[in-house]
Design a protein around this ligand. Sequence first.
Ligand code: ADP
Ligand code: MG
Length: 224
Amino acid sequence: MSLLEVEGLSKSYPSADGSQSIFSNLDLTLSRGEVLMLLGPSGSGKSSLLSLLAGLEAPDEGSISILGTQITALDEPARTAFRRQHIGVIYQFFNLIPTLTALENVLLPLSLNGRLSESDRAEQQFVLLGMGDKRDCFPEQLSGGEQQRVAICRALVHRPDLLLADEPTGSLDNDTADKVLELMLQQVRQQQQTLVMVTHSEHLTAHADRVFKLHRGVLEQVDR
Ligand code: ADP
Ligand code: MG
């Protein structure tokens, strides 16, 4: 069974002159443990695709199955429950909860899944990301790069089957980005997680099993 199966996916958004097609009839299959990196110019629909895979938005047409569950056929509460259990999302603009501290944000997925017994491991990871002295800060007290590390840690702690990462190192300096990515890939490989990561850094694609490019509504595998 594939971990992810996307069939005939189409999405458009309303625009000033009617509707703007982002992509149409897109297919994609991923096995457990595969690392896919997604390139494409700004505005090509990379974040939109990730939102659909996360079940945060619904497609106009087509289906998405994850671990054999067709998430596009679920109602919103069921999709939310499925996402909570099986998917980790690192949002391009972090989406941290402003009223929770950095560490509380990180522990939220464990708390929601009744797995707070794993908090020690989560806290260790938080420290490994260089955030040890920021645990009690609220998001607005953190730099962009620090917020991004909180967002990454939050998506990793419950070891989701599918990790969706939208330019996860875009706000980090090169050294920190390399360290954070190494930690992320190490966990992904060890836990046989499946990763879909959007990036603008072509050199990072050396770490991927497959590389795709989204351009003018078409998703194409890049030969390397
Ligand atoms: P990327 O992540 O590749 O930069 P996005 O997926 O964010 O691209 O956006 C793709 C296109 O869809 C853009 O033209 C953007 O303006 C449009 N778009 C994205 N989200 C919405 C939305 N909620 N409503 C209307 N248009 C949107
Ligand atoms: Mg984007």
